[in-house]
Design a protein around this ligand. Structure first.
Ligand code: G6P
Length: 618
C-alpha cells in the first residue's frame, strides 16, 4: 500500500510528481503530500485524494527541480494531514530538515521511537514513518552524508518498506531504499526518477531499473548510484540491468471508459487471449509453460497447496475442483494470512502454488516463505507482475498477461488466473497420463474459444443493468452456487460488497437450510449461479426453498438450464453450458452486476472506501 514517487530534473518536476501520484493512487488514497526543493523544502499535505493536493499546488504555485511525493493508505495513525507524508526531521537546527516518504511497515518502530525520544526527538505524527525520518536525522548528526545515513538507518529497520528521502541542504538530489516493498528507478533524458510502480514513470521514461532487496540508490539530475546494504553497510556500487518497459501508456489510460473497473471487465477477452497465447499458438499443452524445470517438478508433485488472499484465493478455490477432477491431484487451498500462523504439516512432494495479481501481497509472500521453511520443496507463482517479489521467490512461474490492473476490485486478474489454473490442471493431467490426445485437443479447442465466450458473456450487460436498479436499494444479498461455481458465488459477493457497500454473503447452496434460509425474505435478493451441470437439479431444489419463502431470485442460468422465469424469479441466460470453462464465463455477469449496482449507488468504483489494491502490509 502507499505510492511513492521522486523526481530530479532540469525542469519543474511538480507536474511529474502529480501525474505519478495519480497513477499510483490505486495503492492508497486517504491522503497525499509532496515536498519540493525550492529555496528550502516546500511541503504540501492534504487529507483525501491527489486532486486535493493538486488544488494546493495551484494555490501555492508550488514548483521545483527536485521532489518526493506520496499517496497514503493509513496503517499507523488515522488519515489526517498530520499523519500524511512527507514527514520531517531536523538534524542541526534551522534549514537542515530532511523529508521522508515511506511505503510499508516498520515493525520495530516502537523500540526505535523510544530510543529517539530519549535523545529528545519530538514526534508529531502517529506514523512509523516519522521514526525513519528521525533515525536518519540522528545519523546525519553524526556527520554522515545523507546517503550513508540512509544506509546506516535502514540496517536498523525491520519490516517491509520502501522509502525516499530528501535533504534540505542538498537540492537536486534524493535517496531511495527498498526492502520488501517495490521500488524502481526511471532514467530519463531530462532527469532521473523513482517510483513504486513503472506506470507512474511512463510519462517521462521507459528505461527502468528495478531495485533489489536492500538496495539504496542516490539520484541527481544526471546520474544515479546503487549500493546494496543487505549484508550491512557498504560503499561498493552494484550494477542493475536497465529494462525498457513494455507497458504502453494505453494500458494505464482510461480510454473511452468511465472507470478502470469497467475497462478491465471489458478487456477480459483480450487479457485471457494474451495469457493463453502460447498454448493457443502451439495447440498443445506442455509443462515448459510453467518453467524449464516444470516437468521434473510436476512429476514429483503428489499434492498441491494453494496460498492466496482475496480474489486470488477464490481463484485457488476454483482450481481445487479442476486439479482434483482433471488431474487427480489432491489440493488444499489456504488463506495466506491464516496459513502463516498455523502449524501445518508440510510435505516435500506437495507443490506450493502462490496466486497473486500484484505479487506484492505481504501475507501471500510470508505464507510462501513459511511453507518453504516448513519443508515444502517446490513452489510455483501465478502472478500478473513480472517484476514482483513473488515471481523471484518460486521455482516455477506462470505470468497471467492481463496487463496492469488498476481498479481496486480485481476482475481481469481473476479470469486470467482461472485460465492459468485450468491450464495447470490439464498440464498435470497430461503428465499423469490422465489426458488422452483427443481430450487434449478438445481442451485446447475450448481454451481457444474462451475469449469469444467471454465476449458473448459481456453482451448481457443491458439485462444486468435492469437487475442493478433493483439491487441499489437493498442492504444485503445472498449469493448461491454449487461445486466449482460456489467460489464464483464467493467472488460475486466479494465484488458487490467491495464496491457497492451492500453486505453480501456467499453460500454453497446445499448449506442454505443450515442457517442462511432464516434471512430470506422479500428484502433479500438471492443471486444463484445455475449452470447446466450435474448439480443443476440439486440447485433447483435449493432455489425452490428460497422461492417458497418469498425470496427474490436472480438466476444466472445457461441457455440450456431450463429454469423458467416467473414472479420473483428473474433469469439471465448465458450461452449453453460451457463445461470446464463455465466458472470463468459465469464470473462476467457477477462483475457487471457489482459494477452497475455501484454506479446506481454513486460509490467510487475504482477506489472503494478503506481498501487498496496492493496489500503490502499484514
Ligand atoms: C487486495 C485487493 C484484491 C486482491 C487482494 C489480493 O485486497 O483489493 O483485489 O484480490 O488484495 O491481492 P493479490 O495482488 O495478492 O492478488
Amino acid at each position: 500500500m502507499c505510492g511513492i514517487i521522486g523526481a530530479v530534473a532540469k525542469d519543474n518536476i511538480v507536474p511529474v510528481l502529480l501525474e505519478g501520484l495519480l497513477r499510483l493512487e490505486y495503492r492508497g488514497y486517504d491522503s497525499a503530500g509532496l515536498v519540493v526543493a525550492n529555496y528550502g523544502l516546500q511541503r504540501l499535505r492534504t487529507i483525501g485524494r491527489v486532486t486535493e493536493l493538486d488544488k494546493l499546488i495551484v494555490k501555492h504555485k508550488t514548483n521545483g527541480l527536485s521532489g518526493i511525493a506520496h499517496t497514503r493508505w493509513a496503517t499507523h495513525g488515522a488519515p489526517s494531514e498530520r499523519n500524511a507524508h512527507p514527514h520531517y526531521s531536523d538534524y542541526s537546527g534551522q534549514d537542515s530538515k530532511i523529508a521522508v516518504v515511506h511505503n510499508g511497515i516498520i515493525e520495530n518502530h516502537e523500540v526505535i521511537r523510544k530510543r529517539l525520544q530519549e535523545l529528545d526527538f519530538k514526534f508529531i505524527s502517529d506514523t512509523d514513518t516519522e521514526v525513519i525520518a528521525h533515525l536518519i536525522a540522528f545519523n546525519l548528526r553524526q556527520a554522515l552524508n545523507l546517503f550513508d545515513a540512509v544506509c546506516l538507518s535502514i540496517a536498523e529497520l525491520q519490516g517491509a518498506y520502501a522509502v525516499a528521502v530528501m535533504d534540505e541542504t542538498k537540492p537536486g538530489y534524493f535517496v531511495v531504499a527498498r526492502n520488501g516493498a517495490p521500488l524502481l528507478l526511471g532514467l530519463g533524458t531530462n532527469g532521473n526518477y523513482a517510483a513504486s510502480d513503472a506506470s507512474a514513470l511512463l510519462q517521462v521514461t521507459k528505461n527502468m531499473v528495478y531495485l533489489e532487496e536492500g538496495d539504496v540508490a542516490e539520484l541527481d539530475c544526471d546520474s544515479y548510484r546503487i549500493v546494496n546494504c543487505l549484508q550491512g553497510k557498504t560503499t561498493e556500487t552494484v550494477q542493475r540491468t536497465v529494462h525498457t518497459s513494455k507497458l504502453s501508456s494505453a494500458a494505464i489510460d482510461l480510454g473511452p471508459y468511465a472507470h478502470f473497473m469497467q475497462k478491465e471487465i471489458f478487456e477480459q477477452p483480450g487479457a485471457v487471449a494474451n495469457t493463453l497465447e502460447m498454448v493457443l499458438n502451439v495447440q498443445s499443452i506442455s509443462p515448459i509453460l510453467f518453467g524449464n524445470n516444470a516437468e521434473k517438478i510436476f512429476l514429483q508433485t503428489r499434492n498441491i497447496l494453494i496460498l492466496a488472499c482475496g480474489t486470488s484465493y477464490h481463484a485457488g478455490l476454483v482450481a481445487r475442483y479442476w486439479l482434483e477432477t482433471n488431474a487427480g491431484v489432491s489440493c488444499t487451498v489456504e488463506i495466506a494470512s491464516e496459513y502463516r500462523y498455523r502449524d501445518p504439516i508440510a510435505d516435500p512432494e506437495t507443490l506450493v502454488v502462490a496466486i497473486s495479481q500484484s505479487g506484492e501481497t505481504a501475507d501471500t509472500l510470508a505464507a510462501l516463505e513459511y511453507a518453504k521453511s516448513l519443508g515444502h520443496r517446490y513452489s510455483l507463482a501465478i502472478c500478473n507482475v513480472a517484476e514482483s517479489a513473488l515471481i523471484r521467490q518460486t521455482d516455477l512461474r506462470f505470468l497471467t498477461r492481463a496487463g496492469p490492473e488498476i481498479g481496486v476490485a480485481s476482475t481481469k486478474a481473476f479470469t486470467t488466473q482461472l485460465a492459468s489454473l485450468l491450464l495447470l490442471s490439464v498440464t498435470l493431467a497430461k503428465i499423469r497420463h490422465k489426458l488422452s490426445s483427443g481430450h487434449e485437443d478438445k481442451i485446447v479447442a475450448a481454451l481457444r474459444h474462451l475469449p469469444t465466450a467471454l465476449q458473448l458473456a459481456l453482451q448481457i450487460e443491458p439485462q444486468i443493468k435492469i437487475w442493478a436498479k433493483k439491487f441499489a436499494s437493498k442492504h444485503h444479498a445472498l449469493f448461491l452456487g454449487r461445486g466449482l461455481h460456489y467460489p464464483i458465488a464467493m467472488e460475486g459477493a466479494l465484488k458487490l460488497k467491495e464496491i457497492s457497500y451492500i453486505h453480501a454473503e456467499a453460500y454453497a447452496a446445499g448449506e442454505l437450510k443450515h442457517g442462511p434460509l432464516a434471512l430470506v425474505d422479500s428484502d433479500m435478493p438471492v443471486v444463484a449461479i445455475a449452470p447446466n451441470d450435474l448439480l443443476l437439479s440439486k440447485l433447483k431444489s435449493n432455489l425452490q426453498e428460497v422461492h417458497a419463502r418469498g425470496g427474490e431470485l436472480y438466476v444466472l442460468a445457461d441457455a440450456d438450464s431450463c429454469i423458467p422465469q416467473s414472479d420473483g424469479v428473474h433469469i439471465i441466460r448465458l450461452v449453453e453450458y460451457a463445461g470446464l470453462l463455465s466458472p470463468i464465463i459465469h464470473t462476467i455477469p457477477l462483475q457487471l452486476l457489482a459494477y452497475h449496482v455501484a454506479l446506481q449507488k454513486g460509490t467510487d468504483v475504482d477506489k472503494p472506501r478503506n481498501l487498496a489494491k496492493a496489500v503490502t502490509v499484514e
